[in-house]
Design a protein around this ligand. Sequence first.
Ligand code: 5GP
Ligand code: MN
Length: 339
Amino acid sequence: MNTQDITSIKQLLSTKKKIVIVSHKNPDGDAIGSTLGLYHYLLKGNHDVHVLVPNDFPTFLKWIPGNGMILKHDSQTKKCNALIEAADIIFTLDFNAFHRAGSMETILAKSHALKIMIDHHQAPDNYATYMFSDVSMSSTCEMVYHFIDMLGDTHLIDINISTCLYVGIMTDTGSFRFLSTTSKTHQIIAQLIEKGAKNTEIHNNVYDTNSYERLQLLGCALSNLKVIPESRTAYITLSQEELFKYDYKKGDTEGVVNYALSLKNTILAAIFIEDKQEGIIKISLRSKGNFSVNELSRAHFGGGGHTNAAGGKSDLSLEATVAKFISILPSYNKALNDE
Ligand code: 5GP
Ligand code: MN
């Protein structure tokens, strides 16, 4: 996004517009934080703004300022489609290919609205009029801060905007510890705290509101942990039956894969979660250093993401998916052991 783009966007936003902000399927902290952060900012410009997501988001995010205004395409399809069709501008946040927007894929692809992408994933599709795409960024929330800054409006950042943006930077950086966390990330976090974000409260709301069942599910996941030392790999499985047993709720498995990665000497970690309703195994992959789970997922599991965090899926059974994963590991042994 160059100076010319910023001038054009400033001009565009100088008069009231119908704006829709969308994010990806199974929205996470960065998706919800960035869309709502931008929502509160655009409301200050007196625009008509709506946030749309493909499906529901985890309970541990249902306190973020404005979360009750979010429309879900799977249960509010007509309303969402009408807003997309009437929109002057559509912001697409924290994803870069329409297929990541689940049930909204077709209507987004058909829309003639001007599109602005703000995203930090690899290999962006070419649908946006204005594209702010940067894989070096910790999070889309950090990019929304930069976006507001480029428009010369950081003085407009209030407690709502700062709280939303803090959430996504915190969740996407594993609480400021992943490689993508820079001194600039910390400087922005400092700004957000100065502008009202209550850091301790935010960490509590997201991380310390576990149900008893969720902790029991974590216990189950940890007892399913398997290690493949020659590939410096650890993986976890959760069957649908186990999820039912511990009263699984959306978001309950978030972050569980990081326990596998925390095992000493582990470079690659995976979690395989059975979803009988969708008929798939959802896969989350994490890595350390230069080993790219984005490439592994694109090559074998129809997914993608970042170098150190990616997702994917499989149509095979849980057992067959794990067997496939184990069978491809030897081809990565050299890369994994060189790390
Ligand atoms: P998670 O494992 O937490 O679901 O996702 C890790 C990262 O990979 C996130 O940035 C997410 O947006 C991305 N991701 C997750 N699933 C998919 C997928 O199926 N396709 C692509 N392209 N990216 C994914
Ligand atoms: Mn993100």
